[in-house]
Design a binder for this molecule. Structure first.
Ligand code: GDP
Ligand code: IMO
Ligand code: MG
Length: 427
């Protein structure tokens, strides 16, 4: 059995795209199981630099099927644009792309509804990627979604769209927004569907067949565990399940098949959008990390908040995912620092020196937590060119070992640059 799930163990952008791309040669299938085009996964390989939101990161490996499972919500325009861009780079992906007809569609009204909520919340807004994720998943669980299946039948699609607009348009009017025109949305969606129709085919059969003969599958998570809808910093989270457990439901792969879970973590912490982040640095060190790590959102371009590695969080997210290996990324970003800190627990007001765990607390409790740090000397040497663990500066090796000791999971990969080959496999 060889099914590997690759998941983010922080607040997203851990470099899952790079790790999946690196592991993809030899995989028969690379599959996305959650999220939508709120994801932005960067890949730098011999074909160039790609920032993909929906296409699974097996597209650079010829012969690998790229599967989008029913757990993913699809924005047709995003998917079509991406497929075009990949094709233009000389990579034939159309005949390898399998999009489940069970996927729900992001419709034009979803980002509109999201912006009404975000504006109403004012300062307590989530700071979403504006891709309509909350509303599309809300429609999905309340039986109001429109799926790719529905687009195959004009009458069914028309009925469902008419019903949704009959409920949503009065909301838009109440908030001073123009209502959506049925004919326009209907025709535009039909036009988009026609451009990608050939890729809409249920991957369940080919996935099961591959499992049955022990073929290699890679499951590519989007977002990170701390954005998970159940276990993240709710309501500052995302709408889908971001954990390895979600891969099972999101793809129709029974849990017993998933034998390896690679948890991807940055050597520090970042977060885009609002919500608690105990180790956030608002000083010059935070700025230095942001600059060295080029920490600007892939989807929205927003500056990412930066802070020290939080081992309290990652020990929890490794457990909740059942991580068997860690991929520690962007170690090179810390190269110039004199000292490096790691958070090992939290103090809360009026509770003495008791150390609190993330999983005991609600988001608003986390806001008032004081992180407790250990400090480690920085290595102040370049690591970008290093390709084996013994070649890393000794103090950088000690940092990696400390991370794995505190998290309780071995570090299997260390990433020292965006390129596929800028990776150290720790044996
Ligand atoms: P993802 O959403 O988890 O796939 O991550 P993103 O692609 O949104 O963000 C990761 C960013 O870091 C991208 O710009 C990558 O090219 C870059 N990156 C990946 N690994 C490394 C690394 O080891 N070092 C540096 N300096 N950059 C990296
Ligand atoms: P990848 O896959 C980082 C964050 C948003 C916001 C919250 C809710 O690239 O790691 P949403 O648009 O999902 O309703 O926004 O979740 N967020 C991400 N942050 N990386 C992502 O994806 C994210 N996807 C959503 O910034 O705080
Ligand atoms: Mg990203």
């Amino acid at each position: 059995m060889s099914v590997t799930a690759v998941v983010g163990l922080q607040w997203g952008d851990e470099a899952k795209g790079k790790i999946v791309d690196m592991l993809s040669p030899g995989a028969e299938i690379v599959a996305r199981f959650n999220g939508g085009d709120n994801a932005g996964h960067t890949v730098v390989n011999s074909y160039g630099t790609f920032k993909v939101r929906l296409t699974p990161n097996g597209f650079s490996s010829p012969g690998t099927l790229c599967v989008i499972g029913p757990g993913v919500v699809v924005n047709l325009a995003t998917l079509i644009g991406e497929v075009e861009q990949i094709q233009q780079s000389g990579i034939a992906v159309r005949d390898r792309l399998w999009v489940s007809p069970r996927c729900h569609l992001v419709m034009p009204y979803h980002p509109m509804l999201e912006s009404i909520y975000e504006q109403a919340k004012g300062l307590s807004r989530t700071g979403t990627t504006k891709r309509g994720m909350g509303p599309v998943f809300a429609d999905k669980v309340s039986y109001n979604g429109i799926r790719l299946f529905d687009l195959a039948d004009d009458a069914i699609f028309a009925d469902k769209l008419r019903l949704q607009l009959s409920v949503k348009n009065p909301i838009f009017q109440a908030f001073g927004l123009p209502p959506l025109d049925f004919d326009q949305v209907y025709q535009e969606t039909r036009k988009l569907y026609a451009q990608i129709q050939e890729c809409v085919r249920e991957p369940f059969g080919v996935v099961q067949e591959t499992l049955g003969r022990d073929g290699r599958l890679l499951l590519e998570g989007a977002q990170g565990a701390l954005l998970d809808n159940n276990w993240g910093t709710y309501p500052y989270c995302t709408a889908s399940i971001t954990l390895a457990g979600g891969a099972s439901a999101g793809l129709g792969i029974a849990p017993r098949w998933i034998t390896q879970v690679v948890g991807v973590v940055k050597a520090y912490t970042t977060r885009v959008g609002a919500g608690p982040m105990p180790t956030e640095l608002t000083d010059s060190t935070g700025e230095a990390i942001q600059k060295a790590g080029q920490e600007y959102g892939t989807v929205t371009g927003r500056a990412r908040r930066c802070g020290w590695f939080d081992a309290e969080l990652v020990r929890f997210t490794a457990q909740v995912n059942g991580a068997t290996d860690l991929a520690l990324t962007k170690l090179d970003v810390l190269d110039s620092l004199e000292n490096v800190k790691i958070c090992v627990g939290y103090l809360r007001p009026d509770t003495g020196d008791r150390l609190w765990h993330y999983w005991e607390l609600d988001a608003h409790h986390l806001e008032e937590c004081q992180p407790v740090y250990i400090e480690i000397p920085g290595w102040q040497q370049h690591s970008h060119e290093v390709r084996n663990f013994a070649g890393l500066p000794v103090k950088a090796q000690a940092y990696v070992r400390k991370v794995e000791e505190l998290v309780g999971v071995p570090v299997r990969y260390v990433s020292v640059g965006p390129q596929r080959e800028a990776t150290i496999e720790v044996r």
